[in-house]
Design a protein. Structure first.
Length: 279
């Protein structure tokens, strides 16, 4: 797409790097349905939303569909290591830390800020189409929620689709590109064909949107995983998008730009709509 050509995107890696980053001051645009998580959270900031936010009068009739968006990490995680390092259920008889701080670009733009901003933009687009959106966190200054609590939010909402938004932090030379993870082998029926279809729709949407598939993780943009607690514990169709590598210069520049984040959000929102239309 035009953005990719204009900025020469080189996309992406995984969010395994736990580099603390300062919390951003971005605020959610209007038209977004947010839901409090099970952890207490500070009040959202009140800075001006993107000018492209739809007014309530522009929204379509409700479709009856529910999408849970899970913005990875949180801005307050780095200041509360005791909370985010506690062990919680992760599925398959395993435990893992409640959450992590996420990664960042070399210039310090954090993964948690990126995922929060992109999730807000996706939410804005879906709400405008009459889709109910639930967020696993209400701002980017809180702590957690833990991975098991994030999964529970999707389960309790009876979500038609759960999409977790992340970015990677690989330092491998030349590593770039997005990949979409899903729980495999499946632990329930919804982790089977429905989750594979959701992951494939997200992969196809990003690829059609001009984003390259990962050069270092997964195969052809898809990554079956058995170690991601939020996916393992889901009883709804669920997938996790690693949008790209924040340590790759071109991809980092795209993620740090408003234009780049809007491009990610637009193609992911469209992919979710396409999945819902066929589910």
């Amino acid at each position: 797409m035009g953005l990719v050509v204009a900025i020469g995107l080189t996309l992406f890696t995984a969010c395994g790097v736990d580099t603390p980053a300062s919390p951003p001051s971005s605020a959610p645009p209007p038209g977004t349905t947010t839901v409090l998580t099970t952890l207490p959270q500070p009040s959202p900031t009140t800075s001006a939303p993107p000018s492209s936010a739809p007014s309530s009068s522009s929204r379509q009739p409700k479709t009856g569909k529910v999408v849970v968006l899970d913005p990875g990490h949180n801005g307050g995680n780095s200041g509360r290591p005791g909370e985010i390092n506690k062990q919680v259920p992760a599925g398959r008889g395993k435990t893992k830390p409640c959450n992590t701080t996420g990664t960042s670009t070399n210039s310090g733009y954090s993964e948690h800020a990126f995922t929060w901003d992109v999730s807000q933009r996706i939410s804005q687009a879906l709400v405008a189409k009459g889709i109910r959106v639930v967020l696993t966190r209400q701002n980017d200054t809180g702590v957690g929620p833990c991975v098991n609590e994030r999964a529970a939010i999707g389960n309790d909402a009876g979500a038609d689709a759960v999409v977790s938004i992340h970015a990677d932090g690989s330092t491998s030379a030349g590593a770039h590109g997005f990949h979409v993870a899903y729980s495999a082998p499946p632990l329930n029926a919804e982790q089977g064909e429905p989750s594979v279809k959701l992951a494939t729709a997200l992969r196809d949407g990003l690829r059609t949107g001009g984003f390259p598939t990962s050069t270092y993780l997964g195969s052809n943009g898809l990554a079956p995983r058995a170690d991601l607690g939020g996916l393992n514990l889901s009883t709804r169709p669920a997938a996790l998008v690693e949008c790209g590598n924040m340590r790759h210069a071109a991809e980092a520049a795209a993620m740090a730009s408003e234009e780049g984040r809007q491009q990610y959000a637009a193609v992911i929102a469209k992919a979710i709509e396409d999945y819902l239309a066929g589910s």
